[in-house]
Design a protein around this ligand. Structure first.
Ligand code: IPE
Ligand code: IPE
Ligand code: MG
Length: 244
């Protein structure tokens, strides 16, 4: 369990989205290479994911690398991909620990677009943790909301062409069912640190009625206390979903 006191929340989001932003600025502020910021940021994924489980959250989706992030300098992209590979290798080594903690890890995004070795590691981590159900941690890697919706549209077109579905069957649920998040509740709360207030192509379909929480803290500095602040703010929100 956690070392800090978790309040007895009246309501806890079922699904939280986290845009892990600000690694580069964190490093720059310290006169370090941007890569060092990514190394520090990567450590937070586990800490905050496990803490979310302690808070009673069932699912967290972390935005780690977007389809647009490939446009960064090659050296930075290579360093981030190498970090993912290290992280996944380590995750496989300590899978026993994850099994005990009930952590299931999944990936959102186009796996075919990443290095085949990384793709294989992603599949392995997903397979090894598949049976866990205390918390689901989704890591969005090579993920873009528009790519995700386009992929769903293409899948529907294929099923229609093959005569598996009728035109009438193409409704909102049919699209949701073909997204990486199929079967999960939409994110109730989306957290973005680093001072930016935008989605940057994150869960754009699923975020239709999400609550947003922003903070100026840079992701490598993001703490459990910050996560609690976001949950406290969420508890006070009045969600109306278009109703009165
Ligand atoms: C987020 O931090 C990590 C990735 C997008 C891969 P950034 O690298 O975007 O950090 P800033 O926004 O430049 O500070
Ligand atoms: C969003 O951050 C993507 C991730 C955190 C993975 P960016 O740093 O890429 O977003 P922009 O460019 O500031 O919108
Ligand atoms: Mg950024």
């Amino acid at each position: 369990m956690s070392d800090i006191i978790i309040p007895d929340f009246a309501v806890v989001p079922r699904h939280v989205g986290v845009i892990m932003d600000g690694n580069g600025r964190w490093a720059k502020k310290r006169g370090l290479e941007r890569t060092k910021g990514h190394i520090e940021g990567a450590k937070k994924f586990r800490e905050i994911g496990e803490f979310a489980a302690d808070c009673g959250v069932k699912c967290v989706t972390f935005y780690a690398f977007s389809t647009e992030n490939w446009s960064r300098p090659k050296a930075e992209v290579d360093a981030i991909m190498a970090l993912f590979a290290d992280y996944l290798t380590e995750a496989i080594d300590r899978v026993e620990e994850d099994l005990k903690k009930g952590i299931r890890i999944r990936f959102f995004g186009d796996k075919d677009g990443v290095d085949p070795r990384l793709h294989a590691l992603m599949d392995e981590v997903e397979d090894l943790t598949r049976g866990n159900d205390r918390i689901m941690l989704n890591l969005a890697v090579n993920y873009g909301g528009r790519q995700e919706i386009t992929r769903a549209a293409r899948e529907l077109a294929r099923e229609f062409a093959e005569g598996k579905i009728s035109e009438d069957a193409i409704n909102e649920q049919a699209i949701s069912d073909r997204l990486y998040s199929a079967g999960l509740p939409d994110p109730d709360l989306i957290i973005r640190p680093s001072g930016e207030q935008r989605l940057s192509n994150f869960l754009i379909w699923q975020a239709a009625y999400s609550e947003f929480w922003y903070s100026d803290v840079l992701w490598p500095d993001f703490s459990k206390e910050d996560f609690l602040e976001a949950l406290k703010a969420y508890e006070k929100r009045s969600r109306r979903f278009g109703n009165v």
